[in-house]
Design a protein around this ligand. Sequence first.
Ligand code: SF4
Length: 413
Amino acid sequence: MTWLCIRHPEPKKNRPRILPVFLPYHGCPGRCIYCAQHLQTGAGRPSLSDVYQNLNDNLQHRAKHGHKDMGIAFFGGTFTALPQSWQNNFLDLAMQFRKKGLINHVRCSTRPDRITPNHLEWLKSKGLDMVELGVQSFDHEVLHRSRRGYSGGAARAACVQVMQSGLELGIQLMPGLPAATLDSWEKDLLQTCALKANAVRIYPCVVLHGTSLAEAFHRQEFVPWDFELTLRAVSLALLSLWKANIPVIRIGLAPQQDLSAAIEAGPWHPALGQMAKSQALYTHIRKAMRAMSGPAAVCQDWHIFIPRRFVAEFWGHRKNMALVWQRAGFPRNRVHAWEKSFFWVASQESAPNALTLSAALCNETNSTFDVRESQSSSRLLSRGASNDSVSPKIPKAIRFGHDWLPKDHQGNS
Ligand code: SF4
């Protein structure tokens, strides 16, 4: 009897309700080549006074209606380069409502070249919890060609400064910028994992109307990544970041009202995140099966049990993964939803009634599974319950590059 128990690889994340406060271009030293904040955020170009007044009204309203434990996020500009009096005003306002229990987390986004240790210390003393750095890439050539104005070393140093200040670090990455390749993207991810960011956002580069990048695109000097490459890059990123216990809190630009009309080219899709997660989950499960059974792990007569809350993710956007799973040996009649929190793969001989399986697992896991899970970052245990019952196998690091998906997913098999 052979079976495999697999945890979903995504780290648990707190999902506080976030009140986004958009400050389009405020504090920015110039207009970055890809940026169209007024379109991305759908917020137009309000003055700081208007933003402040709206935020104040919004917070008053929510406090009056008993809302609690929300986060505030100052996005869309360079918060740390606003006039300090405005930084002070916004943070004081947040603190005022923190004392009332409405707010429990405050974050801002900024550029890596607009922070200093003293400033971070001051922001922390004013109640800021997290700084999200719009790093975009750590690669020198990518940063240079994208005219970001700082080096990869400066971006790394800024990340370290944030962490050393005691603030949480968020890193925003942008695959597909000029000169970016899968190779440079892999290095960006390795850097991000090494820095142990608290959260990551991934915004694949798209060509937005009115930007310098759009002009370069029309002059045929810039070609955005296609959707397939982007999906592949983001799936890889998820596996890599999840393995490093880093939550990915956003994938792709949010579908604001004016956004789709403003996209001239590039890999934007409202379900990119969902599709990338489905592919990452597929890769994770298949790698786990390979770790157990070797490369011939296409199991014609196996069954898989999946936690009910992951059913949609398993089948993918509009069930686009159904054929992929079928090719891997899991047609729909061999896929079963259940109430457990883990995935379970078993051969037909042992193919189970879910209750029997879960009872068996509970017996085993009470003594070892849970303990082992809490002691190790591993999310997977596999066992053979007969002769080859051995110590758990830990999957090797998810490798980048060329075999990111199993062969059976590469199209024409
Ligand atoms: S990318 Fe960031 S720094 Fe650049 S213009 Fe947009 S908001 Fe400002």
